[in-house]
Write a protein that binds this ligand. Structure first.
Ligand SMILES: NC(=O)c1ccc[n+]([C@@H]2O[C@H](COP(=O)([O-])OP(=O)(O)OC[C@H]3O[C@@H](n4cnc5c(N)ncnc54)[C@H](OP(=O)(O)O)[C@@H]3O)[C@@H](O)[C@H]2O)c1
Length: 331
């Protein structure tokens, strides 16, 4: 059985999830792809942290060592922030290594450039995990809605914000108390700024914009408003009127202009996002042929995010195998 060599860039929540998923689903991968997946290296920042990694795997802080691995097929990137992820992925693509990323901050800014580079090098670049974690929204748009014209996208793209709004309504908590609960449950970071300010949802919206419309609006013109200004009293008042506050990232086209915003919107029960509760994410699409579709699921977390990356991986290998067969079929 042939072997596929993979390296993990980052071994935090997501990187460790991919490591676990490859081990726990090796048999499924074998049966599906007819290959054995071998993690040959892990890139980290702090060599002194204790980690549960098999002793035959290279653990390094030096990306050069990973680039120099012979016949490395694919890297899973789960580092935080624009750099060094962007530079590492460029280098990997240049070397003909397939790339799977979860890094939304980096990808919102550099995704298009990396996709272009990957095409030139005939390398696959997959990014399902960047947007709404385990919800297969990227694949749905790329593969299942190819002929449809998508006219509008609305999403609850940040589980932490949605959890806070849900708890403020259900348990009549103040914003601060709901945020504290989110932190206790591990849904919110110690510094939750990106989640509650709308910045995290904005990055995902830009990735969706690029995918749906082939371009992004001017970032500085997008209204980004978080959830911090909503009081428990406002939420309660709306509830009496059968309405809910939802933090919604929205994008649509008006003529040639892309209109985008990330802000709290009051919705009633006939809106598909009214029903999305807790840490769940959901994306409602309007498309020219099919009409309205809503996808819902876990928007973050170790295994849902790893799931998105492993499914990307399976598709890359299948695509590669198909390409190898085509010359034979044409003979
Ligand atoms: N967590 C989620 O649910 C989720 C969901 C979807 C997407 N994402 C995205 O996935 C990425 C990873 O998220 P995470 O939650 O797994 O983060 P995390 O737990 O903080 O882990 C980050 C990992 O990256 C490593 N790292 C950071 N800077 C590095 C550098 N300069 N060089 C080498 N390694 C470096 C860290 O090394 P050390 O271990 O040595 O510190 C750590 O292993 C982020 O871009 C995030 O936005 C996360």
């Amino acid at each position: 059985m042939s072997v596929i060599k993979a390296a993990l860039l980052g071994f935090g929540t997501v990187g460790e999830g991919v490591y676990t998923a490859i081990h726990s689903h090796q048999q499924q991968l074998n049966e599906l792809l007819g290959v054995r997946v071998e993690i040959v290296a892990v890139l980290i920042r702090d060599k002194n942290k204790k980690r549960d990694i098999e002793s035959n795997i290279l653990v390094t802080t030096d990306f050069e060592e990973i680039l120099n691995i012979r016949d490395l097929d694919v890297v899973f990137e789960a580092i935080v922030g624009e750099e060094p992820g962007y530079t590492y992925l460029k280098q990997a693509i240049d070397k003909g290594i397939h790339v799977i990323t979860a890094n939304k901050v980096m990808f919102a800014k550099y995704g298009q450039e990396l996709i272009h580079k990957a095409k030139q090098r005939n390398v696959k670049l997959a990014f399902e995990a960047t947007t709404a974690g385990g919800v297969p929204i990227i694949r749905t748009i790329q593969r299942l809605l190819q002929v449809n014209r998508i006219t509008k996208v609305q999403g609850i793209l940040n589980g932490t914000s949605n959890f806070i709004l849900t708890k403020m309504r259900e348990n009549k908590l103040s914003f601060e108390a709901a945020l504290h609960l989110a932190q206790q449950k591990g849904y919110a970071e110690a510094d939750p700024t990106n989640d509650i300010s709308g910045k995290d949802a904005f990055c995902k919206l830009m990735i969706l914009s690029q995918l749906v419309f082939g371009e992004q609006p001017c970032w500085s013109e997008v209204k980004i408003e978080g959830i911090t200004s909503i009081s428990q009293q406002q939420i309660e008042e709306k509830e009496h009127q059968g309405q809910r506050y939802k933090h919604i990232a929205e994008i649509y086209k008006e003529g040639k202009l892309i209109k985008a915003s990330v802000k709290p919107i009051i919705v009633d029960s006939n809106h598909p996002l009214y029903w999305i509760e807790g840490v769940e994410n959901a994306i409602a699409l309007e498309a020219s042929l099919v009409g309205n579709i809503t996808l819902q699921g876990p928007g973050a977390g170790k295994m849902p995010t790893a799931s998105a990356m492993i499914e990307d991986f399976a598709e890359i290998v299948q695509h590669q195998q198909l390409q190898e067969k085509i010359p034979a079929l044409q003979m």
